[in-house]
Design a protein around this ligand. Sequence first.
Ligand code: GRF
Length: 192
Amino acid sequence: MKKDLQSMVNVAVFASGSGSNFENIATSDLPLSIKVLIVDNKDAKAIERAKRLNVPYEIVERSGKTKEEFEAEILNILKDKNIEYILLAGFMKILSAEFIERYDSKIINIHPSLLPSFKGKNGILDAYNYGVKVSGVTVHYVDSGIDTGEIIDQEPVVLRDDDTLESFEEKIHEAEYKLYIRALKKVLEVKE
Ligand code: GRF
């Protein structure tokens, strides 16, 4: 589908690390405009990607601030940008209930397991160590719990006996790239 400037949805993407999901969204044909990438870590590889892709970015670090100050700084960046959705893509900070309420049902996250299994920050490793035969990826709305919000879509990933943690991780990331776009198409009601 071609991007039509008239019907673009303004989003902000939040990331803390590599930013491969951010890049995948930024280079997709989704009818959205990434108004800003918020990064909470000045060493995040996501910053290099933003520079290369010409996406505006802001680094907001948490250290030396209260959680309220940290979030107020982010809200200040978002205000006046008409942000309709916040897309979390490997963002490692837990947002407060107050922040989430401001963007009620407008914050979306990708999690590398089939929720409600393996919540938390080690979804891939925990599933691998548990010895599951099938895991996967979930895109969900963010509520005030951890990885508990309403599920938008999921994609299974089969673990074969000869998979290593590395090959499993690779499969999970491939599934993420496919799923985040598919889930956003659903949310944005994009017709194929
Ligand atoms: C992904 O596995 C995502 O599911 C999790 O954090 C990772 C981010 O990877 N929430 P990247 O920074 O998008 O490469």
